[in-house]
Design a protein around this ligand. Structure first.
Ligand code: ATP
Ligand code: MG
Length: 180
């Protein structure tokens, strides 16, 4: 499984529909300061379930929606789709390609979709859990995180290995069950 494409509409600086394609190997994104490189990684994190506006460098969730420019009015919604190559069926879905979409409108309405069918955020996070992707996994290592991992307490560091070993899903379910 690998990320094939990121499609953004009205997300941060990407007012127009913008598609970024990735090959299966190594990809580097280069560009001048302020051209939107970090916005692309944030678009990915956002679909993976990031709920904190602050960790997307905003104050509120509206800040992910294109806010307008001198020659262009602001967008009414932001939508990002991640397209995964699922030919190895690591994601527990029949299709060889899986699209995961998140949309957020200025009215505050959130939509999540798997292969363009509405679903809950929970369905998306469950699908991704233990695949190495997901909000709390280590598929995205941001600046400062490497140091933080080394400075952690051993029991916190253990969580990284639990995620990698695939026990996170069961731990989450256990926690959910005991909260009921
Ligand atoms: P650097 O090389 O400095 O790290 P970068 O390529 O990572 O730069 P980003 O931080 O991704 O650049 O892009 C920042 C740009 O995105 C800024 O110009 C900012 O104004 C713009 N931007 C962020 N949020 C929005 C928004 N909601 N609407 C319009 N533009 C936005
Ligand atoms: Mg940047």
């Amino acid at each position: 499984m690998h990320l094939k494409k990121v499609e953004m509409i009205g997300f941060k600086s990407f007012a127009n529909k913008t598609t970024i394609e990735f090959d299966s190997g190594f990809t580097a994104i280069v560009g001048p300061n302020g051209s939107g490189k970090s916005n692309i990684t944030e678009a990915i994190k956002w679909v993976l379930g990031e709920q904190s506006a602050k960790s997307l460098r905003g104050r509120k969730m509206d800040d992910v929606i294109f806010g307008g420019a001198s020659n262009r009015s602001k967008a009414q919604y932001a939508e990002v789709t991640l397209v995964f190559d699922n030919s190895d069926h690591l994601l527990n879905i029949d299709t060889d390609e899986v699209g995961m979409t998140r949309r957020y409108t200025r009215a505050g309405e959130s939509t999540y979709m798997i292969n363009r069918k509405n679903c809950r955020l929970k369905d998306m996070t469950e699908l991704m859990m233990d695949t190495g992707i997901g909000r709390d996994s280590f598929s995205i290592i941001s600046q400062g995180q490497v140091e933080a991992i080394f400075m952690q307490k051993p029991e916190d560091r253990r969580a990284i290995f639990e995620e990698a070993a695939g026990v996170m899903k069961y731990k989450n379910r256990k926690k959910e069950a005991s909260n009921k």
